[in-house]
Design a protein around this ligand. Sequence first.
Ligand SMILES: [Zn+2]
Length: 174
Amino acid sequence: MAEFDRKVKGGRWSQEMETLLEADEKWMRIALTEAARAREAGEVPIGAVVVRDGDLLAAAHNSPISLHDPSAHAELLAIRRAADAVGNYRLPGTTLYVTLEPCLMCAGAILHARVERLVFGAADPKNGAVASLFRLLDDRRLNHIVSVTEGILRDECSEILSGFFREKRLASPP
Ligand SMILES: [Zn+2]
């Protein structure tokens, strides 16, 4: 936040940016509470929310183990619930917040749903399909481009994951 304060000083633009940053952090905190729910259920702690015009449309946490469903990633469940909530298979004007960079499958779903903006916390160097391994959401060959913001509450989003895997290793030493 301090770095952000130094970069923008005064003026309407900076106020708008600051308001956007505050909103991004607020929604990412809700995604983090979803991630904590996943952890409590023994799932890899990743959470997601879908927001439109300041309203929460859906929230979900990673649940492939409990749902016996390899596609039950937080983003995919949140997109399904949001589409169900608004009665439309497309979600124009929405922002999807997720604690970890989406994988190939979820980036594909984000494109199909026409999500307008994606905000993620931590990067995923092993599976990330938005910035790390692939850049699916700004591929000009596709007919939909998603605006992407990364690094919102990065440390917290990353810590909940590393803490989870640390505890797992302690619980089952090699
Ligand atoms: Zn995914």
